[in-house]
Write a protein that binds this ligand. Structure first.
Ligand SMILES: C[S@@+](CC[C@H](N)C(=O)[O-])C[C@H]1O[C@@H](n2cnc3c(N)ncnc32)[C@H](O)[C@@H]1O
Length: 247
């Protein structure tokens, strides 16, 4: 993302872009003018889907988080264009989702979390950086009540597949899933900038909703891998390495 000189000053001047989110930890609900269900978007990017969702749902309070002030600048502009310069139900914050519990606490009672097109981190050595890795899911879990939901979308087949395991071990049950969101008829679907791009490339969008269960999870996932360190080598065809393949 290229540097946008205007983004930081615009965020600094915007009353609904929170400068020190850690100071609102445990008090996010009081930061909105109206009490309402509280939903969180993680890695909102330029906020194309975020803006449409916020405009469509005035009865829900949203906090959209991203690590990059440059994309948050775009998100701010997109939300202002869709909802006006003073949306009553939107807050933006710059934060690292890997340290989400520095800025949010269980008392914030997040009812739903959106994860749209997070980086797939395809290499095993980066597995723990995936935002659906159980190390992360356990953070989200501590913010959600039993029955609270995570709405996840991705273009990436492997991330979608392995995330099934991640959600299961972290105490989430599947509510609904599709491997082709746009063919599924699911509505309303708020299309993000990455969703638009991948769809234009002909890549089907994978999506699902998972619900937090009541089960107690004690496992420490800090160093946990779902993928084997040494994946089994594909069997060589007979003669390929000078030997016959085993029967
Ligand atoms: C691939 S983009 C997706 C943006 C948008 N959700 C969409 O669907 O188009 C991923 C976004 O997540 C943000 N991000 C990645 N890792 C993050 C982290 N650890 N904490 C906060 N934001 C992060 C990036 O800055 C980027 O804007």
């Amino acid at each position: 993302m290229r540097l946008k000189k205007w983004a930081r000053p615009e965020l600094a001047a915007c009353p609904w872009a929170v400068d020190e989110p850690e100071k609102l930890r445990g008090h996010w609900r009081e930061a909105f003018p109206r009490e309402a269900p509280f939903h969180l978007e993680l890695g909102c990017g330029k906020g194309v889907a975020t803006a449409a969702m916020i405009a469509d749902n005035p009865g829900v309070n949203y906090l959209a988080i991203d690590i990059s002030p440059d994309v948050l600048g775009d998100a701010r502009r997109n939300i202002a264009a869709a909802c006006g310069e003073d949306p009553h139900n939107a807050l933006l914050a710059r934060a690292n989702i890997e340290n989400l519990l520095w800025i949010l606490a269980p008392e914030d009672r997040v009812e739903r979390i959106y994860l749209r097109f997070c980086n797939p981190w395809p290499r095993r050595c980066h597995e723990k950086r995936r935002l659906t890795h159980p190390r992360q899911l356990m953070q989200y879990r501590s913010l959600l009540p039993v029955g609270g939901e995570i709405w996840f979308k991705t273009d990436d087949d492997h991330l979608f597949e392995i995330s099934q395991t991640y959600f299961q071990v972290a105490g989430f049950e599947p509510v609904w899933q599709t491997e082709d969101l746009h063919a599924s008829g699911f509505a309303p679907n708020y299309v993000s900038e990455h969703e638009r791009m991948f769809t234009a490339q002909g890549i089907p969008i994978k999506a699902g909703i998972w619900r937090r269960t009541a089960e107690e999870i004690r496992e420490d996932f800090t160093r946990w891998h779902a993928e084997p360190a040494h994946p089994p080598r594909p069997r060589r065809a007979a003669g390929e390495d000078g030997r016959s393949a085993p029967d």
